[in-house]
Design a protein around this ligand. Structure first.
Ligand code: PEP
Length: 248
């Protein structure tokens, strides 16, 4: 069975004072019934990892370079994330694809580097609004899966996050049937390529998940959790999403 995961992506938000949100989250969920992951900015990974060491919340990065080290000003390697205390890394987020021109080929190489460093990859896919309107969502997502997931991944090394670009940070969420259609297609593609391991990979939904809409999203088949941006910044909001996933 895929594991249930509530993953928070803080993006370029948060400072030392924000670490108190993790204390509040742990107080609310001392023994959570689902996996919980927070991906803060790189500057906070080590402090967060130290603060919650031994507890039930994991810490992750938001991207990594394809190389282990070298002349890549401003970048961070998978091994550096791991040394700082990260166990996971988000790759292929639409903001990285758009702002940094990351292609499927680059993301695949990043995923290989991440797994070589022992990190679990959260690999993001999703269509733009224009692609949804053109009725090519399944083709786009299928191409991203085929192009960016390396061979040899397992349920223990890879999670997929379906994040329609037009739903991220907008307050807009696809209809339940639209989420169900894409998640079913992702599951079928994973099983087709990876066999039983494809059935063990978690598939998260991401895009304007809030405490108020989480329960109906988590009731959809093949939705194993959420990748959450804005609502992961405050423990009170993220806690509501975690509770909904525990109850699903
Ligand atoms: C995200 O950026 O991965 C995301 C899902 O953001 P939000 O929850 O704010 O829509």
């Amino acid at each position: 069975m895929p594991r249930k995961l509530a993953a928070g992506n803080w993006k370029m938000n948060g400072d030392g004072a924000s670490l108190a949100e993790i204390d509040a989250l742990l107080a609310a969920h001392p023994a959570p019934g689902v996996d919980i992951l927070i991906c803060p900015p790189a500057t906070l990974i080590e402090r967060m990892a130290r603060r919650i060491a031994g507890g039930p919340v994991a810490v992750g990065g938001q991207t990594c370079h394809t190389a282990a080290s070298g002349a890549h000003t401003g970048d961070i390697s998978a091994a550096m994330l791991a040394e700082a205390g990260a166990s996971h890394v988000i790759l292929g987020h639409s903001e990285r694809r758009a702002d940094h021109g990351e292609s499927n080929e680059t993301i695949r190489a990043q995923a290989e580097a991440a797994m070589a460093a022992g990190l679990h990859v959260i690999l993001c896919v999703g269509e733009t609004e224009a692609e949804r309107d053109a009725d090519v969502t399944l083709e786009v997502v299928g191409g991203q899966l085929a192009g960016s997931i390396p061979d040899g991944v397992t349920g223990a090394t890879l999670t997929v996050a379906y994040e329609p670009v037009w739903a991220i940070g907008t307050g807009r969420v696809p209809e339940i049937a639209q989420i169900a259609q894409v998640h079913d297609a992702i599951r079928a593609a994973l099983v087709d390529r990876f066999g039983p391991e494809g059935g063990a990979m978690s598939i998260l939904y991401g895009g304007s998940v809030k405490p108020g809409n989480a329960a109906e999203i988590f009731a959809i088949a093949n939705v194993d959790g959420a990748l959450v941006g804005g609502a992961s910044l405050k423990a009170a909001d993220f806690s509501g999403i975690i509770a909904a996933l525990e109850a699903a």
